[in-house]
Write a protein that binds this ligand. Structure first.
Ligand code: SF4
Length: 326
């Protein structure tokens, strides 16, 4: 059963379940709603890099941190469509375009993004964008251009948010997600662990996601990749068990969502990634870069798929509920 009324206590109980029981329960839910041998392959391209006015403490693209990221203005439409075609040929079915903006402005750059969205949709790929804050009107324009999903991560809990970002509020974040929801575009929203948050922050973030009126269609779970020059450069690495716990809890709370094993995968071996898939992850980012941080390349992922006998999920697959009783 899909529930949007989870209590914080229930989320905490699930999150704190002994790990073997938690994985078993999540794997059971996963099998009721998804083909467990199928994984969605997404490509993320930075279409405008660096120079961002925001101060997200984990992000190498914030202009105020000295991280050595090369600033690039918005790519041209042709370049983006070429990259999208390459991603499709390499097996991706979802193409996500990220711009280091605080918010979308109604200008020529936005018109170009709309053209990119149209072009990528015409290639038969699911198109996703992550462009910062957005109004309902802008969301509508993106929808009309063929946008399938919009990414806007919560990053962490409402309580811990101010420690990570001071240039916008959690309420701003939720407002954009609401605008996306209203336009009929799928919401992609998750978070990052390893930011120095407490266990309770992780639980609270999962609770916020799982009690949205409609669960996000995709829930990316990221492990911080600490980047020199950012305030979080010295954060210790999160363990694979913490990732597994987050993924499994997200899978149980939001059974239909695509739970994406996102940043941090580059540090995991095949066995660790297999555990994440067993715990309910069914989506990855492919390609050697995640915006500006490293990611396993296509060849390594082909090997991973062969070893684990996984198959890529087709684009636009409407996952029929196999069973309503999770
Ligand atoms: S995460 Fe996005 S909004 Fe925050 S600094 Fe980086 S590019 Fe800007």
């Amino acid at each position: 059963m899909i529930r949007n009324d989870w209590t914080l206590e229930e989320v905490r109980d699930i999150y704190q379940t002994p790990i073997m029981d938690l994985i078993y329960r999540a794997a059971t839910v996963h099998r009721q709603y998804h083909d467990p041998n199928e994984v969605q392959v997404c490509t993320l391209l930075s279409i405008k890099t660096g120079g961002c006015p925001e101060d997200c403490a984990y992000c190498p693209q914030a202009a105020r941190y000295n991280t050595g990221v090369e600033v690039h203005k918005l790519l041209d439409v042709e370049t983006v469509l070429k990259k999208a075609l390459e991603a499709k040929e390499a097996g991706s079915t979802r193409f996500c375009m990220g711009a280091a903006w605080r918010e979308v402005r109604n200008n020529r750059d936005f018109d170009k993004v709309l053209e990119m969205v149209k072009g990528v949709a015409n290639l038969g790929l699911e198109v996703c964008c992550t462009l910062g804050m957005l109004t309902e009107e802008q969301a509508q324009k993106l929808k009309e251009a063929g946008l399938y999903a919009y990414n806007h991560n919560l990053d962490t809990s409402e309580d811990y948010y101010d420690d990570i970002i001071s240039t916008r509020t959690y309420a701003d974040r939720l407002k954009t997600i609401e605008a996306v929801n209203k336009s009929g575009i799928s919401v992609c929203s998750g978070g990052i662990i390893g930011l120095g948050e407490k266990e309770e922050d992780r639980i609270a973030m999962l609770h916020t996601l799982a009690t949205m009126s409609t669960h996000p269609e995709s829930v990316p779970i990221n492990a911080l990749v600490p980047v020199p020059g950012t305030p979080l450069a010295e954060q210790p690495r999160v363990s694979v068990w913490e990732m597994v716990r987050m993924i499994a809890t997200a899978r149980i709370l939001m059974p239909k969502a695509m739970v994406r094993l996102s940043a941090g995968r580059v540090r995991m071996n095949v066995e660790e990634q297999a555990l994440c898939f067993l715990a309910g992850a069914n989506s990855i980012f492919a390609g050697d870069k995640l915006l500006t941080t490293p990611n396993p390349d296509y060849v390594e992922d082909q090997k991973l798929f062969q070893i684990l006998q996984l198959k890529p999920r087709p684009a636009y697959k409407q996952e029929a509920n196999r069973c309503e009783h999770a």
